[in-house]
Design a protein around this ligand. Structure first.
Ligand code: 6R9
Length: 663
């Protein structure tokens, strides 16, 4: 395109606030009829039968929603199904030879792997048989600590097949984080791997897993190890460690009858960060979760069985669970997995993959889009991306400039973009446009999905005027919702419901879910999510608790006190800023800073690494002794300092600010 024309186009896009999905998209969309919003409202909760109908049930459910004991809602009660059978067996007749998973490893000289539904079904059965032989029973929690290799979804589906809930721990998390999660879930089984490739290096993962196992307080029965690195790493094996390939080979050809699970039986646990130091074990069930991910994959991602769908998230986070594994596979489509980072070996790796596999959808995070923007449009421009039909984002707010760049340079101004707001706890998407129905407004996620009752309210729980900031709330239950926090019903009520509910009432109308996000709504009912209102940071779309990071820092020898806040960052969205007071006798300086960074990496993982460590003799505190995080955020962002008059020690703020300025 000639340069002037390009400039003109940029200018036009910069001013445009509303985008209409193209005729060609709408005409083929899974959902293109606006009436769905009204019908779902009128027919709620029976509207969700539509989601349940996307699944195969062994036993029909009696009731769509049992709301007799809020907020312990139950969905599709009396129904029975198996998630692995829904993701595999039922597709065999028609799609047995079609690809279920297209896996791309990071090294470019390695052969990629395709698993047809037939092949995936076979290996899931073999591994399920191995798990059974190891003694894994229904409801035993199996932990997985694995990167983006095919054995991860295989292990998840094998667990689902035998009714053993999985708990996947992101491979980038530390040994300590693994131990905490295994302890919390009383998990006696671990599936892990020797290592994986990251930006050309073979990372040794097994040593980290072993270190984590050392911190598990109960006896661990078996550890399964996938040999990913082959000759690149000769990994040590412990007494109860078993090689994945041997196990599968020993059970070659085995078939395991999928266990019929009650709709409300647990499918998996996923630990996520909250306000306190202890991560929360979010419990998802078989019927509601699977119905939710299947329905949203169909209605929002517009997935059709013949598509090749690419979500660049990691399966270690909820996005990968719902929209790499369960949603897409339940619909019988081809789901892609990429092991490495988008900048290896070059900054066009994703575009190369999309071109090669002719991907139909791309679902990624704003932080990735901001990085792509920074690298420049010459990278996507080198590739034919015309196979793409739809683009999506998730994990954090997307700024209009990044949205427009994505729209133009990746979507060729022809693909609708879905900006999807949801959480680990919601199981799947909640607020986003239906791409075949609604116009898009960059920067705003869109209206709530049909049948989802989201309101933006003030502190009294009253709806705010359009344009005013308030809290995002969900006023009615939905099938994909978490059911509780593992073995902690009390904390479940406290964390998500107490704020806006009458907790003594058993009338569901008195119960309101609060996800801890701020938001505003416009005249058309479009919601702009403003970010967390609790002490949770969103670094590169990853959810991290400030308390978790603080407790890691105060665990470092010589640290007396620490406060962690998020500062704005062009690519990561938010970056970790740590303000640290040292103990007497310890010197502030590079050595201390290195030990602090190391302490955080050991306790949580490199994703939580502080961008800046600022030493200070005091933290700004209110008279009642509460740390004023807002001021520390202002300092991190180099902003005008807010009101300091309520502080016990106002002078400290400018002192800290001058240190950050020096950095
Ligand atoms: C799926 C996922 C949840 C938190 C959530 C919110 C933020 C997610 C967003 C978004 C603005 C979007 N968030 N999607 N903010 N616009 N489209 O990310 O789950 O890791 O649990 O994080 O992420 O703050 O509360 P999770």
């Amino acid at each position: 395109m000639p340069e002037e024309q390009d400039v003109e186009l940029e200018a036009r896009l910069a001013d445009q606030e509303r985008f209409v999905p193209s005729e060609s998209f709408v005409s083929q969309a899974n959902v293109s009829d606006d009436s769905v919003y009204e019908t779902f409202e009128e027919e709620w909760p029976e509207c969700w039968e539509q989601a349940a109908d996307l699944l195969d049930w062994n036993e029909e459910y009696d009731t769509v929603l049992d709301d007799s004991n809020p907020p312990f809602y139950e969905w599709f009660t009396g129904g029975e199904l198996n998630a692995s059978a829904n993701c595999l067996d039922r597709h065999l007749d028609e799609r047995g030879d079609e690809a279920a998973i297209e896996w791309v490893g990071e090294p470019t000289d390695e052969e990629n792997r395709t698993y047809t539904y037939e092949e995936l079904h076979r290996e899931v059965n073999e591994f399920a048989a191995a798990l059974k032989e190891m003694g894994v029973g229904e409801d035993d929690v199996v932990t997985m600590y694995m990167p983006m290799i095919p054995e991860l979804p295989i292990a998840m589906l094998a667990c689902a097949r035998i009714g053993a809930p999985h708990s996947v721990v992101f491979a980038g998390f530390s040994a300590d984080a693994l131990a905490t999660r295994m302890n919390s879930a009383d998990s006696e089984y671990l599936v892990t791997c020797d290592g994986y490739y990251r930006r050309g290096d073979a990372l040794e993962h097994k040593a980290k897993a072993d270190e984590g196992l050392g911190g598990v307080e109960h006896e661990v029965s078996d550890v399964v190890v996938v040999d990913r690195l082959g000759d690149d790493y000769d990994h040590p094996m412990g007494e109860n460690h078993r090689d994945y390939d041997d196990l599968v080979a020993d059970h070659a050809g085995a078939e395991v009858e999928p266990v019929s699970r009650d709709a409300e039986d647990m499918l998996f646990l996923m630990y996520t960060s909250g306000t306190t130091g202890q991560p929360k074990g979010v419990k998802h069930t078989t019927g509601g979760y699977l119905a939710w991910t299947a329905w949203t994959s169909q209605a929002v991602l517009d997935i059709k069985p013949e598509d090749t769908y690419f979500c660049s998230a990691d399966i270690g986070w909820i996005t990968g669970h719902s929209y790499i594994v369960y949603g897409p596979l339940s619909l019988g489509t081809t789901t892609m997995m990429y092991e490495g980072t988008p900048d290896h070996p070059e900054q066009d790796r994703l575009w190369e993959i999309i071109e090669e596999y002719e991907a139909d959808q791309l679902y990624t995070a704003p932080t990735a889009i901001r990085a792509f923007m920074k690298w420049g449009s010459e990278y996507p421009d080198k590739h034919d991306l015309s196979s793409l039909r739809l683009l999506g984002t998730v994990g954090e707010p997307i700024n209009p400039r990044a949205w427009k760049w994505y729209y133009k340079h990746i979507g060729g101004e022809d693909c609708p973009i879905i900006d999807t707001w949801w959480q680990t706890e919601t199981g799947g998407m909640m607020v986003t446009t239906l791409p075949g129905v609604k116009d898009m407004k960059p920067g705003s996620a869109g209206p709530p999905l049909p049948g989802v009752d989201v309101q933006v309210v003030d502190t009294d729980g009253e709806q705010v005027e359009p344009g005013r900031a308030g809290h995002l709330t969900v006023q009615k239950p939905w099938p994909g919702m978490l059911r509780t926090l593992y073995q902690n019903d009390e904390r479940y009520v406290e964390e998500y419901w107490a704020e806006y509910s009458d907790t003594d009432s058993d009338d569901p109308d008195d119960w309101v879910y609060f996800p801890e996000d701020g938001a505003k709504i416009d005249e058309d009912g479009y919601i702009t999510v403003l970010g967390r209102v609790d002490d949770v940071l969103n670094v590169s779309g990853h959810r991290l608790g400030t308390m978790e990071i603080e407790s890691a820092i105060v665990g470092v020898e010589g640290v007396a006190e620490a406060a962690v806040v998020g500062g704005n960052h062009d690519v990561k969205g938010e970056a970790v800023y740590a303000y640290v007071i040292t103990e007497d006798g310890y010197e502030e300086g590079d050595e201390m800073r290195d030990r602090i960074v190391e302490g955080v990496e050991d306790a949580i993982g490199p994703i939580a690494r502080p961008e800046a460590v600022v030493f200070t003799p005091e933290l700004p505190k209110t008279r009642s002794g509460k740390i004023m995080r807002r001021l520390l955020e202002d300092v991190a962002n180099g902003e005008e300092l807010g009101n300091t008059s309520t502080l016990r020690n106002p002078e400290i703020v400018s002192e800290i600010a001058s240190k950050v300025g020096d950095d």
